[in-house]
Write a protein of this length. Sequence first.
Length: 58
Amino acid sequence: MSAEKFCPSGCTCKAQYSAKLDLDNLGYLLVALFMLAWLVSLTVWKTMKLEKRSDFAG
């Protein structure tokens, strides 16, 4: 389905933007952000030695 069916020519609406959106790159970006968040949290966990702190012990 093309954006022209939703908007007349020259229109700058969300339908034209979403028609140009590349879902493959969006998926790669999502995975990269997840991996970055995981690496940051793992680094903080290891550098602060949270597993050995008594206030985090179960």
